[in-house]
Design a protein around this ligand. Structure first.
Ligand SMILES: [Zn+2]
Length: 97
């Protein structure tokens, strides 16, 4: 019953399914990679401060002053090299090792 046209179509469909499976594996790989990256970030978050560029102050990640501001994350040492000042509210020098 199979005509050459149908066989060709079936092959194309199988090819597409294989492609979709590969694409899915890539997506799963990306998701896994982003999870690993997130895990890595939370580990390296220790010892880091959040700098508000505008006011040149550095804060802990929990400080309420950083909520509405444009911020950059860096180590306390980097912040000091950049002549930033510790926030008196969250006291990053005291609270971040
Ligand atoms: Zn602060």
């Amino acid at each position: 019953m199979k005509s050459p046209a149908v066989t060709g179509k079936t092959r194309a469909t199988i090819g597409l399914q294989v492609y979709e499976m590969k694409a899915r594996n890539v997506v799963i790989g990306l998701i896994a990679a982003s999870f690993l990256l997130a895990a890595g970030c939370s580990q390296t978050a220790n010892g880091k401060v959040v700098v508000i560029e505008k006011t040149k102050t550095y804060h802990t990640a929990e400080c309420r002053k950083i909520k509405m501001a444009k911020v950059v994350e860096m180590t306390k040492e980097e912040a000091k090299l950049d002549h930033d000042h510790p926030c008196p509210l969250c006291q990053p020098d005291k609270n971040i090792q």
